[in-house]
Design a protein. Sequence first.
Length: 262
Amino acid sequence: MAGTRTLADEAREAVVEAALGKLDLDAKTRLLAGQDMWSLPALPEIGLKSLVMSDGPIGVRGVHWTADDPSIALPSPTALAATWDPALARRAGTLLAQEARRKQVHVLLAPTVNLHRSPLGGRHFEAYSEDPYLTGEIGSGYVQGVQSGGVGTTVKHFVANDAETDRFTVNNLLSERALRELYLAPFEAIVANAHPWGIMTAYNTVNGTTMTEHHHLVNEILRGEWGFDGFNVSDWTAARATAGALEGGLDVAMPGPRTVYG
């Protein structure tokens, strides 16, 4: 299970439920989709400010992408994993949380815990290693560090998004054993050890179902077996169908303003 519920958890949940009770259906549905490239809409009637997300594996990009908004640049996550030091990963996460707060970012779109299946992987600099155990340990440290600073994480890309070639359309055919022992393992470890606020579902398809609509992997395994109770956000433009996304457990479709959720 993803951590033990505390009285503080229950108190926060009560506040959220009370706030939701003040919203009509239209207001609630606005929270399911981005208002622009990086943020969710504010709902001032319940005191909810706009939530801002940003890329952040080695530095917080922010929302401007301009030279007058610089960020730190830590060594690549692959180099971090080569230290075999989860405590150092936590320190890196703590630093990134400080930068996120400076840039008024609430959620980092990281860590990437896909596996190094080939030296030619175009995003491997952003991922940790070919080893699911090492990846889970370093990823847990990163998430713990970021979230200790009051900034959320979205562990990505769930799941089996381990190559750039045809990443938007590829159908990865995987046995249950391969899924659980390799590709799901880092996510499971991080959910158990670090209680991430979010998960990002990937572009690719697994065994015939696109990940933003994958009821079995999201609702039955991630939420049902592992007890994940955070939010599920799509990779950018990955959500394809409204009904499929709803039934597959997708909470937030990004980016906005036009998404499968309106």
